[in-house]
Design a protein around this ligand. Structure first.
Ligand code: AHR
Length: 520
């Protein structure tokens, strides 16, 4: 085997001083009427007279009877694809099917299917006014495992949009055009945003270009102040109406559009002739608030609207690709939904049970807790992820180990510094210092707050690659997992040129048991 078993006690001399050592249950109540528990948001929109013309989600079915495909993933190992559907009709996505298909490789989300029956699916966005970073100027596709969460207690994955990522459909069916009325909502991660243009979901131009004021009507989420903005420092829900993000009637400020950053955020936008509205709330509980409800903006070109009916996700209308965010589900309707209909949809969303509780796969990596990470490689199961100064190694830790070594093998779990769906590990002994990789090796360094550091210090938990415990995928090198090799820490794959990328015992070396901390 490539990893130098014989050197285990040479490299990190023993640290021991002594060797001893869903379907939604219940009823949704709206306006005094009870709805069948198996309804989805689009059943509610249909009942309100404003049916969905597009329904996108990687997390759950949006109709009570929907049992078709939610999304498609493509794996790197052999470029084959797999459609992922719900566990049951109307239920949560079958994340286990994705995990099993993508085991040992990486997967991208290639298609987000349209559950409305209109085939308004989202695929890799083509170049437009701006080009994306992928081949041919297309945008990147999202890593399929970068946004793990649970819905109703079942694991699911959202769509993690890093800058450069984008989805689009320029040839839609039934989506509002011109000044026709429409509504839409989306659930985002309210903690994942930036000020780049433009993390949008909704109606856009059919040629991926800026066709002038009023040629878009999409939900925007982020803290851009390039156009409009609201109270505080953001992020805000706004409307991207082309050549402007609007928080209200004015081109710039609306004091009634609050900064809003719920971990799971419901963002709502709707528009009809000379009338539109922004609404929002916490997707985990409570109702919706209205942040704007009135006439079209007092700038030329937005009344009447000239909507074109394409659909975008994660990008601006002209394929601006500078924004980031995370999308879980969203729909677009035909007709202007009533507030009561949207309120019932929000109740359905809250009852669905979006949560980060087991975003780590239910393995105990709960932010705020302290853990030790034990190796699972046969012959090395007395070793833990540990640091010696800035060097991250594995060390044998026992009850007789020094308190320093116990602390150096204990890690406080933090919400991922660069992605709150994932985790970071702060040293129990050295507050402010985090496990991070640099040139693929792991180190303990102080958080400098920069984006390189926060990315390098963020790891996305997955079921252990050898069937035990947890594997930790590097958030910015999605083909690499935290590995021990020759008793030092790395992020490794099985195809790199480095010795630590050896395929020998790889699955064991990247699987860790989350254990009670040696130093609580
Ligand atoms: O309206 C804001 C942005 O401006 C649009 O998303 C984009 O098409 C243009 O650059």
């Amino acid at each position: 085997m490539a990893r130098l078993r014989g050197s285990r006690h040479l490299r990190t001399t023993a640290l021991a001083v002594t060797a001893g050592g869903s379907l939604i249950a219940g009823l949704l109540v709206s306006g005094g009427t009870s709805q069948a528990a198996t309804q989805g948001p689009c059943d509610i929109y249909t009942a309100g007279g404003t049916p969905c013309v597009a329904a996108h989600s990687t997390t759950r079915a949006l109709y009570g009877s929907y049992a078709g495909s939610l999304y498609q993933v493509k794996r790197a190992s052999d470029s084959t694809t797999r459609d992922i559907g719900p566990l049951t009709a109307g239920g949560v996505a079958n994340a286990a099917a994705q995990d099993s298909f993508c085991a040992g490789t990486t997967c991208l989300i290639t298609i987000v299917y349209d559950q409305s029956g209109r085939n308004n699916r989202l695929t890799q966005a083509p170049p437009g006014g701006f080009s994306g970073p992928a081949a041919g100027g297309y945008d990147n596709l999202a890593n399929a495992t970068a946004a793990p969460i649970t819905v109703g207690g079942h694991k699911a994955y959202g769509i993690y949009v890093a800058p450069g990522t984008g989805y689009r459909n320029n040839n839609t069916n039934g989506v509002a055009t011109g000044d026709q009325p429409e509504g839409m909502y989306a659930i985002f991660d309210g903690t994942h945003f930036n000020g780049g243009c433009c993390f949008d979901y909704g109606n856009a131009e059919r040629n991926s270009r800026d066709n002038g004021n009023g040629t878009m009507e999409a939900i925007y989420f982020g803290n851009s102040k390039s156009w409009g903005y609201g109270a505080g420092n953001g992020p805000w829900i706004m409307a991207d109406l082309e050549n402007g993000l609007f928080s209200g009637v004015n081109t710039r400020y609306n004091a009634n559009d609050p900064s809003i950053g719920h971990r799971f955020l419901t963002a709502v936008l709707k528009g009809e002739p000379n009338h539109w509205s922004i609404r929002g709330g916490n997707a985990q509980s409570g109702g919706l608030s209205t942040f704007y409800n009135g006439v079209r903006p007092n700038a030329s070109g937005y009344n009447p609207m000239k909507k074109e009916g394409a659909i975008i996700l994660g990008i601006g209308g002209d394929n601006s690709v500078s924004a980031r965010g995370t999308f879980y589900e969203g729909v677009m309707t035909s007709g202007y939904p009533s507030d009561a209909t949207e309120n019932a949809v929000q109740a359905n969303i809250a009852a669905a049970g979006y949560s980060t509780d087991s975003g780590s796969g239910g393995n105990g990596l709960t932010p705020g807790s302290t853990v030790s990470l034990r190796a699972t490689t046969p012959g090395y199961t007395d070793r833990y992820v540990h640091h010696t100064g800035a060097t991250v190694d594995t060390g044998v830790v026992t009850s007789g180990s020094s308190s320093t070594d116990k602390g150096n093998a204990s890690w406080t779990v933090r919400a991922g510094l660069a992605n709150s769906s994932c985790v970071s590990f702060e040293s129990r002994n050295t507050a402010g210092q985090y496990l991070r990789h640099r040139n693929y090796q792991l180190y303990l360094n102080a958080n400098d707050g920069g984006s390189t550091f926060t990315q390098d210090a963020t790891f996305c938990p997955e079921p252990g690659r050898n069937g035990q415990g947890t594997s930790l995928r590097a958030s910015n090198y999605s083909d690499r997992f935290v590995r021990h090799y020759d008793n030092l820490g790395y992020i490794a794959n099985t195809s790199g040129a480095n010795t630590f990328d050896s395929p020998n015992t790889y699955n064991d070396d990247v699987s860790w048991l989350v254990s009670a901390p040696w130093a609580a």
